[in-house]
Design a binder for this molecule. Structure first.
Ligand code: AMP
Length: 406
């Protein structure tokens, strides 16, 4: 194994084996039809490779939150159809993920086959990380592969307990995610910068606390920059801000200084009196925000300074939009910086990793999702990783790999 600390598909002999693959199949759906297959496509390499190597591939996944009950609208049956379309092969479906029905479907499989089992969360045992439920799942496989980074911040039976019951490894999508995250923050080429935006400081305190210890430059944009401006005595008019967190912002400032992390705040901003598309807006220096004005984006000077600063870095990790990007013209700074980072990534000058919440939507809006080195579609898991937390699903894979001494 485990050059990387965890085993991968390369470390296991899967031919003729039943391989339980935990995938993220929680795809957008409308009227019983999958409307976006991105998540299926992300795990498809793992499925194709295992199938080609002669494994019997048993897909396990959740869909939304049925809370331990069989909710017909939350069945994975339509998703199994979408998996079949992506793989270009028949994909049988079992009406339950454990018990006689699942066992019968798996028993019929030939080498190379792929099946999907019903929603794991129809059983309470999944979210309760229940041993008995996990053992019932484990009966259906000889090997366990976790390819669902996006649910690995949860200690559930299919992300945690299973790794203790079967020989385990990361799937290709999980491997790509962990490799990108390692290069972005755990072992980055320096200087490394973080770009953090979004609405509020309060939801990102742990994240900021971790980042100032790890990065050389921290760019703060979005609504959260306003609280940092307040902390420095700058008036922000009617802007979104959290005055009760001014002391916290000062503490973060001081700790960053101690850790040798440079914090970059806006020099100029875009202000408007109304928060709506096409509202009259003006660019002002941060010291000149009118009392009835709202900061809704970073100004062009700030965007250029950020781009110049990132040009001196080798690695950047990005979470959160720099302005209210959903409403033009307040998308300008996010677009400009995203396009510049994308170009630096394409030119091989910068390793750029982004993810979490609205970030993917913001980069898609700027038209650059495919041009970053890596864009994580995992919301909560990506944020917890940025916060420096141990992810139970990843920790279980590492433990299991160590125990097996691949
Ligand atoms: P978050 O979920 O914390 O990453 O916040 C994302 C949201 O922050 C987006 O919906 C943006 O519109 C919003 N946002 C970014 N900058 C501002 C700002 N200056 N004022 C108000 N909302 C903002």
């Amino acid at each position: 194994m485990a050059k990387k600390g965890f085993a991968t598909i390369d470390d296991l002999d899967v031919a003729g084996k039943r391989v339980l693959v935990r995938a993220d199949l929680n795809v957008p759906m409308r009227d019983g039809k999958v409307t976006d297959k991105t998540r299926i496509e992300r795990t498809a390499d793992t499925l194709r490779e295992l199938s080609k190597k002669g494994a019997k591939v048993v897909l396990i996944a959740h869909f939304e939150r049925p809370k331990g009950k069989r909710v017909p609208e939350l069945s994975l049956a339509p998703v199994a159809k979408a998996v079949a379309e992506v793989l270009g092969r028949p994909v049988p479906f079992a009406n339950d993920c454990i018990g006689a029905e699942a066992e019968a479907v798996v028993a019929k499989m030939k080498n190379g086959d792929v099946v999907v089992l019903e929603n794991l969360r129809y059983h309470n045992g999944e979210e309760e990380n229940d041993q008995t439920f996990a053992k019932n799942l484990a009966k259906l496989g000889d090997i366990y592969i976790n390819d669902a980074f996006s649910v690995s911040h949860r200690a559930h039976a299919s992300t945690e307990a299973l790794a203790n019951l079967l020989p385990s490894a990361a799937g290709r999508s999980m491997e790509a995610e962990l490799t990108a995250l390692d290069k972005a923050l755990a072992n980055p080429v320096r200087p490394v910068a973080a770009v953090v935006g979004g609405a509020k400081v309060s939801t990102k305190l742990d994240l900021l606390g971790n980042l100032i210890k790890r990065v050389n430059v921290l760019v703060i944009g979005g609504g959260m920059a306003n609280t940092f401006l307040l902390a420095r005595g700058v008036q922000v008019g009617k802007s979104l801000a959290e005055p009760t967190l001014v002391d916290t912002a000062r503490k973060i400032d001081a700790e960053a200084k101690k850790a040798g992390c440079e914090i970059v705040l806006p020099e100029d901003v875009v202000v408007a009196k109304e928060f709506k598309a096409g509202a009259a807006s003006q660019v002002v220096a941060t010291g000149n925000v009118p009392a009835d004005g709202m900061i809704l984006d970073l100004g062009p000077k700030t965007a250029q300074s950020i781009i110049a600063k990132l040009g001196t870095c080798k690695t950047v990790v990005w979470n959160g939009p720099l302005g209210a990007f959903e409403i033009p013209p307040f998308d300008a700074a996010t677009n400009a910086v995203a396009k510049a980072v994308a170009k630096m990534c394409k030119d091989g000058k910068l390793l750029g990793v982004a993810g979490g919440g609205d970030t993917v939507a913001a980069l898609a809006h700027a038209g650059v999702v495919d041009q970053f080195t890596y864009v994580s579609t995992a919301g909560g898991a990506f944020l917890e990783w940025l916060e420096g937390k141990d992810l139970p699903g990843v920790a279980a894979l590492i433990r299991s790999s160590k125990a097996a001494k691949h």
